[in-house]
Design a protein around this ligand. Structure first.
Ligand SMILES: [Zn+2]
Ligand SMILES: [Zn+2]
Length: 122
C-alpha cells in the first residue's frame, strides 16, 4: 500500500475511504451539492426565509441547513439574507453566526481577557 494514501471516514455517513480532496464520500458529496443548490435557489426566490421554511422546502434537517449557512458557502454564492438564530442567544439574525448584541458582549469579554496581566514566567 502506498505511504501517501490515508484512510479516513466520511464526515457525513462514516464510510471508510481513501482521503481525497474532500472529507466526504462521493455519495454524500453529491447529496450535499443537491441540498446546497436547493437551499440556494429557495433563498434566492424567498429572501429572508427562516431556517424552518428552508429545511421544509429542501426536505432535510434544520441542522444540515444550519451547517450550510455556517460554512459560508451560501454567502459566497450571493445569498445574503438567511434568517437563522444567533449561536448564543437564539435571536433571529441574517448575517454571521452571532447577533450584534452578542458580538458586542464577546468583544468586551475578549478585551477583559486581554487586560488581565499574564503571570510572570517561572
Ligand atoms: Zn458519506
Ligand atoms: Zn445573540
Amino acid at each position: 500500500m502506498s505511504q501517501d494514501s490515508k484512510l479516513i471516514s466520511c464526515r457525513v455517513c462514516g464510510l471508510i475511504m481513501v482521503k481525497l480532496a474532500r472529507d466526504v464520500c462521493p455519495k454524500c458529496f453529491q447529496e450535499e451539492e443537491l441540498l446546497f443548490q436547493k437551499v440556494k435557489n429557495f433563498l434566492k426566490a424567498n429572501p429572508g426565509a427562516t431556517l424552518e421554511e428552508v429545511s421544509k422546502h429542501a426536505a432535510c434537517d434544520i441542522d444540515h441547513v444550519e451547517a450550510l449557512i455556517r460554512s459560508g458557502r451560501l454567502e459566497r454564492a450571493g445569498v445574503k439574507r438567511v434568517a437563522h438564530p444567533c449561536q448564543l442567544c437564539q435571536a433571529i439574525i441574517f448575517d454571521g453566526v452571532v447577533c450584534q448584541e452578542c458580538k458586542k458582549t464577546l468583544k468586551e469579554q475578549v478585551k477583559l481577557l486581554k487586560d488581565i496581566p499574564k503571570p510572570p514566567p517561572k
